[in-house]
Write a protein that binds this ligand. Structure first.
Ligand code: MRU
Length: 348
């Protein structure tokens, strides 16, 4: 079942804040509905956020007086980009929608935008399948016991997933032995969402607390680490869910390969290095409370950085649908992204 279901006049999103215990869809009918779903993390994960935002703009185009779509939608688009600042797929998808708007024959704007949103969503599915194939071959050389962080599966994308897609492909190839799932404080995307997806698939796994990862490596449980990405800078520095940096440091210390899996739409060649990636800081209450109940003393102060940046030298390779980028990333990522632009032009 897809977590993102679309029709020209509605977008149904599986509410990820209620998983794994309740599988409830919410219906969005405007850009504002989608913006709020993204901000509140009812839909989350970089590619899923990008696709949802694209549909949000398409929905809005249908609500606006056709004579005003071209003048009013750009403002909505700029606002949509502010829903979450780190995942660059959001910015890429919104820019792609605005380009489609510019080229749309007058009078057909809403239809053209819907078709473009569908294209973005369906492209994501094909991309993830390819990342899975490429990644499964690459990871299997290290062994079948893999540690992952956050949720990078069907819930974080339109379907199949990136890092979790590789795990699916390894399972299909018979090379996956066991998955260790970081619980991923404070939102528990690992314990709630990745565990949910792996269980549905019948893939053997154990959830571990984030602080167990280092000792699990020391005990020899882990052959490789695979994580997703929210933004990969031109030099390969990678922003991903908070805790990823610590995992990369631990993996380097223990001599364990550390992979990033992401579509080339997550590569931001305009951002030179990790220092230039905006890091979302979310409400402290998401740390001091759980499901609305306090877990810290009343009035306790907290910081909630939602992402961190892993420097390129800690990353063994970056697996994309266009191939595997090896260091030095400035060259390899530029080459893989160039292939994407050329292919999009040919297909277009
Ligand atoms: O805050 P989230 O849950 O949106 O963060 C998600 C992640 O960090 C994922 O690892 C990343 O978006 C890749 S999803 C394929």
């Amino acid at each position: 079942m897809r977590a993102i279901q679309y029709q020209p006049d509605r977008l149904d999103l599986l509410d990820q804040t209620r998983l794994p215990h309740q599988a409830v869809f919410i219906t969005c009918r405007s850009a504002k509905d989608v913006y709020e779903a993204i901000r509140s993390m009812r839909v989350r994960g970089a590619p899923a956020i990008g696709a949802a935002a694209a549909f949000g703009l398409a929905l809005e185009a249908r609500r606006i007086d056709p004579a005003e779509v071209r003048t009013r939608l750009p403002e909505v688009a700029a606002w949509m980009k502010t829903a979450r600042p780190t995942a660059v797929n959001l910015m890429q998808a919104v820019d792609e929608m605005m380009e489609a708007l510019e080229n749309a024959p007058p009078g057909s704007e809403a239809d053209v935008l819907y078709e473009r949103a569908v294209a973005i969503a369906e492209q994501d599915v094909r991309t993830n399948r390819r990342i899975g194939e490429i990644g499964a071959m690459r990871i299997a050389r290290h062994g079948g016991r893999v540690l992952t962080h956050c949720n990078t599966g069907s819930l974080a994308t339109v379907e199949y997933g990136t890092a979790l897609g590789i795990l699916r492909a390894m399972r299909d190839a018979g090379t996956l032995e066991h998955v260790y799932v970081d619980e991923t404080r404070p939102y528990l995307q690992g314990a709630r969402l990745t565990a949910y997806e792996l269980q549905e698939e019948g893939i053997p796994f154990d959830i571990i607390t984030d602080s167990t990862a280092g000792f699990a490596m020391k005990l020899g449980w882990i052959d490789a680490v695979i994580v997703g990405a929210d933004r990969i800078a031109q030099n390969g520095d990678t922003a991903n869910k908070i805790g990823t940096y610590a995992l990369a440091v631990l993996a380097a210390y223990h001599g364990i390969p550390f992979y990033v899996a992401a579509p080339t739409t997550t590569v931001d060649l305009a951002t030179p290095c990790g220092d230039a990636i905006p890091i979302e800081e979310r409400s402290a209450e998401e740390v001091t409370h759980w499901m609305g109940k306090p877990v810290a003393p009343e009035g306790a102060s907290a910081r909630h950085l939602a992402f961190d940046v892993t420097p390129n030298h800690l990353i063994t390779a970056i697996i994309t649908e266009a191939g595997v980028a090896e260091p030095p990333y400035a060259e390899s990522l530029a080459r893989l992204c160039e292939n994407r632009y050329r292919k999009t032009k040919l297909e277009g």
